[in-house]
Design a protein around this ligand. Structure first.
Ligand SMILES: [Zn+2]
Ligand SMILES: [Zn+2]
Length: 253
């Protein structure tokens, strides 16, 4: 048996992190109020966490839309029963409103990677049971067209996906799916128009180990579901068995 000396001292990295916290006390990434109990897992204060997680009762499991209480969703909800989505299920952190909406809008500007990544972690912690029961093999973000990614400096969906994947201990693979069409939606555009615009917008290539796999597709917000559906179609055409969507918010349309 190998003798291991008792660890009496904290590792240097922990001491250094403690010193940094002393000089720059940790603050909430959203409202910058001090975090009273520094915790490596939490980058948001209690008030912001409550605002992010104040969701309505159980949303639709197929399309993540907001539902009234006691709604029968066995064949989809009012929003999705006549939709042919290529993804199998969808899960969200909350509605696209209030602080969650403000924060998602801020992610469209450069320099917000840390907020996006921490929101991905938060989504995974809040919806851990539903996400883990999907038994996914890999996490894939909805890609931006390369021109938009270049002008923004990063893809917020990729940062969210990385945070979510690390929390669920799954691989995050942004290069399995890419966008071949640059599309710009107006909020008021109809479902039919969006669906038409998204047709053939994505191409996926899955290595052999991910063929027949369950993919968790991640985006910041889902509006009509056309983007997620087109991305899921490409992933399935490349060999994915099932595609589940995880988003920070679902807009009510
Ligand atoms: Zn806060
Ligand atoms: Zn639905």
């Amino acid at each position: 048996m190998t003798f291991r000396p008792p660890r009496l001292l904290k590792p240097w990295s922990t001491i250094a992190a403690g010193l940094v916290d002393l000089i720059y006390p940790p603050v909430c990434l959203i409202c910058e109020s001090p975090l009273p109990e520094p915790d490596q897992d939490e980058s948001f204060c209690v008030e912001c966490r409550l605002a992010f997680s104040a969701d309505s009762p159980e949303p639709c499991r197929r399309c993540a839309a907001t539902l009234g209480p006691h709604t029968d969703t066995s064949r989809g909800c009012l929003h999705c029963h006549d939709e042919h989505f290529h993804f199998d299920r969808a899960c969200r952190l909350g509605r696209y409103e209030g602080l969650l909406r403000q924060t998602i809008l801020s992610l469209k500007y450069p320099g917000h990677e840390a907020v996006a990544e921490n929101l991905g972690r938060f989504l995974a912690r809040q919806r851990r049971t539903s996400l883990e029961e999907l038994a996914c093999d890999v996490v894939v973000p909805v890609p931006l067209h390369w021109l938009r990614r270049w002008s923004r400096g990063y893809n917020q969906a990729e940062a969210i996906a990385c945070g979510l994947a690390s929390q669920l201990r799954l691989p995050c693979r942004s290069w399995l799916l890419w966008r071949t069409k640059a599309t710009r939606f107006q909020y008021q555009q109809s479902r039919t128009h969006r669906r038409e615009q998204m047709r053939g917008a994505f191409v996926a290539r899955l290595p052999r180990r991910f063929r027949g796999s369950r993919v968790m597709l991640v985006d910041d917000v889902m509006t009509t579901g056309s983007t997620a559906s087109a991305a899921a179609w490409a992933l399935k055409a490349a060999g994915a068995r099932e595609v589940f969507v995880a988003v920070l918010a679902r807009a009510d349309v």
